[in-house]
Design a protein around this ligand. Structure first.
Ligand code: AKG
Ligand code: FE2
Length: 368
């Protein structure tokens, strides 16, 4: 037996039972309708099938030791930030999901972050319930983003449970590895971006007066049986925060591209035109199929992803059926650049208008 195979065996033995049957994600490419990306106007393809792992043996109702929680976080790092927990019991409750989220939060000495603008689930206020009514014309979380990038302390992990899930292969969650996207940039572009910072705004996505943002999507559910409710007081809408464009992952040290068309408004120290061109380049780069994978939903599935490595969006390729997903978000840290600096705690400006720098409008203008 070679040294290499001995080491592979040893690492298999030392892996906790939870991870032994880890495997690649189901990729029902042939079942998926083709869908046009809101940002690029091109078909959404996803060819990075090596991203993400399915863990079929992690029953989220049970207790986990600190060692097991660390093994799960390590498995997430190894999978580029996406873990799909299948085989969950139909009895898994929102309280179980919160308990698991709390263990992840405790392991980083942090807390669960209730959503900044939407009321929580009636039985667990920490849980955001994202509802798409069957007739939805606007969808919450449809464009690319990293959760809570508009906050001082952004979201580390999101833990999303499919509650009412669509048929396999539609209304998937699409992920882009913003780490792979950074790594594959030409060195000259990496150098250009390393010391740039950009503002992120909750108001862009959740402010009033825009027909296509997530607030509009929430309001469209208002008359439905499963309404998303607006918080009466949402101070996050007043101030935008500055974040590095390239952030460094606190566990792995990997760099990633931390801007999004959902929350980023402009690059610090540049004219709007310059800012738009650079941001548009990054968004289109990150949306390239080779950095993306689709996670399809199966009954009772929970997906945990790392917002410090990934950008994501909820695809809406068949909105004819009700879809309900429930999210627990873990508070992370203030994002850090390659010099160890972070700005979001100190650099704030008045919020930009809702829908500022609207990709759809811009696309329509170019077509006219
Ligand atoms: O609906 C989805 O698939 C994803 C929604 C989303 O952006 C989130 O849960 O953070
Ligand atoms: Fe999200």
């Amino acid at each position: 037996m070679t040294m290499r195979s001995l080491m592979a065996l040893a690492s298999r033995w030392s892996r906790p039972q939870l991870l032994l049957r880890a495997r690649s994600l189901i990729q029902p490419h042939d079942l998926r309708p083709s869908v046009i990306d809101q940002l690029t106007g091109k078909e959404v393809a996803a060819t990075f099938d090596g991203l993400g792992r399915e863990l079929p043996d992690v029953d989220l109702r049970r207790k986990f030791s600190p060692k097991e929680i660390e093994a799960i976080k390590q498995a997430s790092d190894d999978a580029g930030g996406i873990l799909v927990f299948t085989n969950q019991s139909p009895d898994l409750s929102v309280q179980d999901q919160v308990r698991f989220g709390q263990l992840i939060a405790d392991s980083d000495k942090t807390c669960i972050e209730p959503h900044a603008v939407a009321e929580g689930h009636k039985d667990a206020p920490e849980v955001l319930e994202i509802v798409r009514e069957p007739t939805a014309s606007v969808v919450f979380g449809e464009n690319w983003h990293s959760d809570n990038s508009f906050m001082e302390k952004t979201c580390s992990y999101s833990i999303l449970r499919g509650w009412v899930v669509p048929r396999l292969g539609v209304n998937d969650t699409l992920f882009s590895s913003t780490e792979a996207a950074y790594d594959l940039l030409p060195p000259a572009m990496q150098r250009l971006l390393l010391d740039l910072n950009a503002y992120h705004s909750a108001n862009k996505a959740y402010g009033l007066g825009h027909p296509g943002n997530s607030r509009a999507a929430m309001e469209k559910t208002a008359g439905g049986a499963h309404a998303m409710q607006w918080k009466p007081h949402a101070p996050i809408l007043q101030k935008d925060v500055l974040q590095p464009i390239v952030t460094v992952h606190p566990r792995t040290g990997r760099r990633n591209l931390f801007v999004s068309p959902t929350f980023t408004t402009h690059i610090e120290g540049m004219s709007l035109a310059e800012s738009r061109s650079i941001l548009r380049f990054i968004y289109e780069w990150c949306a390239r199929p080779e950095f993306c994978t689709r996670v399809s939903w199966q009954p009772n599935q929970v997906v945990m992803w790392d917002n410090r490595s990934l950008s994501h969006k909820g695809l809406a390729d068949d909105v004819s059926e009700l879809r309900i997903v429930q999210r627990v978000s873990i508070r992370g840290t203030s994002p850090m650049n390659h010099r160890g600096q972070h700005f979001s705690l100190s650099h704030k400006v008045d919020a930009a208008g809702a829908g500022v720098f609207d990709w759809r409008d811009q696309q329509m203008q170019t077509q006219n």
